[in-house]
Design a protein around this ligand. Structure first.
Ligand code: GCU
Length: 413
């Protein structure tokens, strides 16, 4: 079909190489009663809420209604001598309180010294803020952590030995040199990543007698997404970052999280999802690599309970992940894949971004215009950006180089 002068191939998807079943993707530019979505106004007023409702009810689950959870924010450590005197380091404690429950979230923020209100990359980390940098002053979280021999994590407790062990994924020095700030939080501070709904943020929202989320209430992905919005509240309330632009970044399960977080909260200016795969950028209907059934069985706590009914029933879904990407329009979104990361279905990640493009065209922004999967290490930097790099599931220097080029190129979009 033709839209804004660009020809889009029919939204059909080939599944697997040999067995080419072709199934239609639900159409982004038709309302549920059949009327066309032909302007940003119709998209925003009618289609966007329709899709958000579907994602909340059928996939990730919604945050329960109720009064806001009382919270407080405090700077508990700061220094202007970080990174050889080149950066400020600020550590916040964000505390949630209800009855005798208390949840402490540590936010680690570095800001380049010579830039006021710099654009800030914001992303969760997997093993604690202290693993992200070689900096002895970074506080170690008390939250439950997944055991990991290479990181020296045993008994689910973070400790000094893993300091800096994930720094290869976080080129903080370079990020600061390029004029960006960077904020990171251990995702388990918001909700430990295990199938247990008695810990983390969920219990703060339970009604009397409730001990787990209801059918269409939030799993961990929505909890982490919600957490990012609370972290944003905090950074926006801090003078040195109050007017910053925010670029959400997430890898893998946290890539799924950021796409959903920025779909929910339009205060995020840009989003980058790295190797986000099933439940992130990849189209469910391709059933290539990880599938709904596989992900729900292995990670029963990530999505809402209502999502389980789609196990092995992809064709029944009233949505697919091109719609999740489109919920970010017209803000810049970057999808990154790795060619050996078959589990995340790189081509499915690309096609999802491609099929989200018509919504960007409504705003006269450029999405992806070629249905063919691009060559390896040939990034595309339109308002929707994409690359598939060589190598495996990971975050590399190449990825960050592209993220920074993309972010700089689109800061004033
Ligand atoms: C598993 C899971 C993926 C996820 C990944 C990660 O491989 O199946 O869906 O993206 O973990 O978060 O590292």
């Amino acid at each position: 079909f033709l839209l804004g002068g660009v020809l889009y191939a029919q939204p059909t998807v080939r599944v697997n190489n040999e067995k080419t079943t072709v199934e239609s993707l639900p159409d982004l530019l038709t309302l549920k009663h059949g009327e066309p979505v032909n302007s940003p106004e119709v998209w925003e007023r009618l289609k966007r809420p329709e899709l958000l409702h579907l994602f909340k009810n059928e996939v990730y689950g919604m945050v329960p209604d109720g009064d806001p959870i009382p919270s407080s924010i405090e700077v508990i450590e700061e220094s202007d001598a970080a990174f050889n005197n080149k950066a400020h380091r600020i550590q916040f404690a964000l505390d949630f309180k209800k009855g005798h429950r208390n949840l402490r979230v540590h936010i680690l923020l570095y800001l380049p010294k010579d830039v006021f209100n710099p654009p800030v990359f914001l992303g969760y980390n997997f093993y604690g803020n202290h693993t992200v940098v070689h900096d002895d002053n970074v506080l170690v979280s008390d939250s439950w952590v997944r055991n990991n021999e290479t990181l020296d994590v045993y008994n689910h407790k973070a400790n000094q030995k893993s300091r800096g062990k994930r720094s290869y994924r976080w080129p903080v020095d370079k990020i600061l040199q390029e004029g960006f700030g960077i904020a990171t939080v251990y995702y388990g501070d918001i909700d430990p990543d295990r199938n247990d709904f008695t810990d983390g943020i969920h219990p703060f929202f339970y009604k009397e007698g409730q001990d787990e989320p209801g059918l269409n209430e939030w799993g961990s992905l929505t909890a982490w997404a919600w957490g990012l919005s609370r972290i944003l509240d905090c950074l926006k309330g801090y003078e040195a970052t109050a007017d910053s632009k925010y670029i959400l970044f997430g890898h893998s399960r946290l890539g799924k999280t950021v796409l959903w977080a920025s779909a929910l909260d339009q205060r995020f200016d840009m989003v980058i999802a790295n190797n986000s795969g099933c439940g992130g950028a990849a189209l469910f209907r391709r059933k290539n690599g990880e599938t709904i059934q596989l992900i729900n069985n292995r990670f029963p706590h990530w999505f809402s309970k209502s999502f389980k009914k789609y196990n092995d029933k992809e064709a029944m879904l009233p949505l697919d992940q091109h719609m999740l990407i489109a919920l970010n329009a017209p803000r810049p979104v970057y999808i990154a894949s790795a060619i050996k990361d078959k589990w995340a279905d790189p081509e499915g990640e690309y096609l999802s971004a491609y099929y989200a493009s018509p919504v960007y065209e409504l705003y006269n922004k450029r999405g992806l215009s070629d249905r063919n999967f691009p060559d390896v290490n040939k990034p595309i930097h339109q308002t929707i950006g994409y690359h598939v790099r060589s190598g495996k599931h990971d975050v590399t220097a190449y990825d960050w180089k592209q993220f920074m080029i993309f972010a700089k190129g689109h800061l004033n979009d």
